[in-house]
Write a protein that binds this ligand. Structure first.
Ligand code: DNO
Length: 361
């Protein structure tokens, strides 16, 4: 595995590449062109500048998160072919620049969703949380506004302000699109982009839905083992894979993540590893990466990645806001750096124990 951190780009992130470079064991970043909109064709020069900036800091560009998919592709509207052509053009330019992993999602309207971006925790930190009872009392517009007012003035990935103005129209566009239709539109998209992925060696890494159930009645098609297996078998191409996001899949306590990792062996192209704590059905909060702080067994997750030979980029995910850091919710430096150290510690332990066992046999 290659340990990385997500970085949103100069001007968008409170964290600098120079800081990331000093986190032990981090070799690269996963970044994006935050200023682009879904459907745009990315400029060659901008891609080259992004790559050069990362390289100048002594880091590698381990992948892009995300190249967002235009709603016309998700809903299967007549202009989807044009947007697919744009997506292919962006992929080709990224491929020419040597990018080998692209994370994306196929969520209807909302990317990840939380009811509170700064819930106070007993240790004095704050963390993002989700309570279905709160969401049930909100309409989509109110939720958009909550996300924006709590964002510490940063633009949150997937919550770009221009989407707020179109929220009603967006809901109209998704009327009549059920899970089967959304999946059919995904299949159409993947079949169209796979030749380009093969040509440039770009691994597509589908991000699971977060949370892993329907919000505001919208379809969700990437929430569990069956759905992820359906994704990789329907378009059975090694470049069609998954982002193993423990925080998203872990929102549903019935998802057995180590088992899922084993089932997806060879098709996990990127890993987001973090913990969360379940407070009750549909009610969870993010926490420190440490197993003891949440509901997940982080050792078992790292062990499953190790045992299945995972060799892609991995990153800590949302952290708590600690030590009075002023940063984008979930994406401060401090708690994610602690997450890196913890995950690296687990990995070293697992690796050395496994090597000892195999040298004795
Ligand atoms: C939130 C992230 C998501 C993720 C996208 C991938 O923090 O996990 O925004 O990057 O869904 O396309």
């Amino acid at each position: 595995m290659h340990m990385t951190m997500r970085w949103f780009g100069t001007g968008y992130d409170s964290v600098t590449l120079a800081q990331i470079r000093q986190v032990p064991g981090v070799t690269g970043v996963i970044t994006t062109l935050y200023g682009t909109k879904p459907g745009d064709v990315w400029e060659r020069e901008t891609i080259a500048a992004m790559k050069a900036e990362v390289a100048a800091a002594g880091l590698t560009l381990a992948g892009i998160e995300s190249v967002n998919v235009h709603d016309a592709i998700k809903t299967g509207e007549p202009d989807r072919d044009m947007y697919i052509d744009h997506y292919i053009a962006t992929l080709s330019r990224l491929g020419e620049a040597g990018v080998s992993m692209v994370c994306y999602n196929f969520m209807a309207i909302f990317d990840w969703t939380r009811s509170d971006l700064a819930k106070p925790r007993r240790d004095g930190s704050t963390a993002m949380s989700y309570d279905q009872r709160i969401i049930d009392r909100m309409d989509p517009e109110a939720m958009f506004k909550t996300m924006q007012t709590q964002s510490q003035a940063y633009t949150l990935a997937g919550w770009e302000p221009e989407r707020l103005g179109h929220i009603k129209k967006l809901f109209e566009r998704y009327q009549g699109i059920d899970g089967e239709q959304l999946f059919a539109n995904l299949t159409y998209f993947l079949k169209a982009i796979m030749p380009t992925c093969e040509q440039y060696g770009i691994k597509m890494a589908m991000h699971p839905d977060d949370p892993g159930w329907s919000v505001f009645g919208l379809p969700r098609i990437m929430t569990c083992k069956e759905q992820l297996l359906r994704l990789i078998t329907t378009v059975d191409n090694p470049y069609n894979g998954v982002t193993l996001c423990t925080g998203s899949l872990g929102t549903n306590p019935h998802n057995d993540i180590p088992d899922l990792i084993t089932a997806l062996k060879g098709r996990i192209h990127c890993a987001h590893v973090r913990n969360l704590r379940h407070n009750g059905p549909g009610d969870f909060e993010e926490c420190a990466h440490l197993s003891a702080d949440g509901s997940m067994d982080m050792f078992a997750i790292m062990k499953a990645l190790y045992d299945t030979g995972f060799d892609g980029p991995i990153r800590p995910d949302h952290g708590r806001t600690i030590w009075r850091e002023r940063a984008m919710p979930g994406y401060g430096l401090y708690d994610r750096a602690l997450g890196v150290c913890y995950l690296n510690g687990l990995w070293e332990g697992i690796q050395k124990m496994s090597q000892r066992v195999s040298s004795k046999t």
